[in-house]
Design a binder for this molecule. Structure first.
Ligand SMILES: [Zn+2]
Length: 302
């Protein structure tokens, strides 16, 4: 992706330095809407240990955990992590993220304006190890997520390495897709889509709630594609292989792929983010059309 020398967003809170506060309850899950990957879906009534194991094994919609916990935020203990120095490489990644966020501001500001919608820019929090969010605590294990309560995207920069090592998805545009997906959740929040879906999820079975989560996640993938379409059109950001990087990432974090890797079998009723094929399909559809009206995943997920 061509990004150097362009505007960096000011809406970034850097919480990487010093004492960020650790997670007390050892529950590495969080709330908000994630890109997929590690983190927690849990069935009701399960004990903490079982939840932890499931959190480690499956991708999922952490809102469900919040709901089960009655909206209570988790307890924290202060962890006194030694101050860490950031490498030049990490600083470059931080700059990159700020540019991608700025690009998202430009595109969504414009698209929302065209729809006569008031748009509030989301904030992005960079953290290390663990973080307090308006939706509860999160550790780096959670992966990037969006919290509608404080309208912030949370990302641990180590996730870039995780994508490379664990998901075999690498490249700067893979990271751009991840950020755009989380901003996509913010767009869903601003449009009132996610709040409506979360309300619906409270009155249906777990399986149906998971299906709704899949639709929401695929729509966030679609919106990431819409962003890429317009960013390319206005700023000519794409280099050879960039779209393939995003598609490979979407493929790598499909529920079917992750479940197969984690436990050797797949249970579609527990999917919360969609299959690899669906995730690729929706990102691509957003990228090819650039038309937000084409993204009704609630009508059909393809
Ligand atoms: Zn997501």
């Amino acid at each position: 992706m061509r990004w150097k020398g362009r505007r960096e967003s000011d809406n970034v809170e850097d919480q990487r330095g010093g004492d960020s506060g650790g997670l007390g309850g050892a529950l590495g899950n969080s709330v908000g809407s994630r890109i997929g990957g590690r983190g927690g879906l849990a069935a009701g009534g399960l004990g903490t240990i079982v939840i932890i194991i499931i959190v480690m094994l499956m991708g999922g919609d952490p809102m469900q955990i919040l709901q089960q916990q009655g909206g209570a935020t988790q307890q924290y203990q202060q962890q006194h992590a030694p101050p860490q120095q950031t490498s030049a490489q990490e600083e470059e990644l931080a700059s990159f993220i700020k540019v991608v966020l700025a690009d998202n501001e430009d595109i969504w500001g414009e698209l929302m304006n065209n729809m006569n919608k008031q748009y509030r820019y989301p904030k992005l929090v960079m953290f290390r190890n663990s973080v307090h969010s308006g939706c509860g605590g999160a550790s780096a294990e959670t992966g990037p997520f969006y919290c509608p309560a404080d309208e912030k995207v949370y990302i641990d920069l180590e996730f870039y390495q995780t994508m490379k090592n664990q998901f075999k998805a690498s490249g700067d545009f893979a990271m751009a897709y991840v950020i755009a997906h989380e901003v996509g959740h913010h767009v869903q929040h601003v449009l009132g889509i996610s709040d409506r879906v979360h309300r619906m999820q409270q009155s249906v079975s777990e399986e149906e709630a998971n299906q709704l989560s899949v639709k929401l996640e695929l729509q966030a993938d679609f919106l990431a594609g819409v962003w890429a379409h317009h960013d390319q059109k206005t700023k000519n950001i794409l280099e050879e292989g960039d779209i393939e990087e995003a598609l490979r990432t979407a493929e790598a974090i499909g529920d079917d792929r992750l479940q197969m890797q984690a436990r050797g079998y797949v249970s579609p009723e527990s999917f919360t983010h969609g299959t690899s094929k669906q995730r690729m399909y929706w990102f691509k559809k957003g990228f090819e059309t650039g038309d937000i009206r084409q993204g009704d995943t609630f009508k059909s997920i393809n």
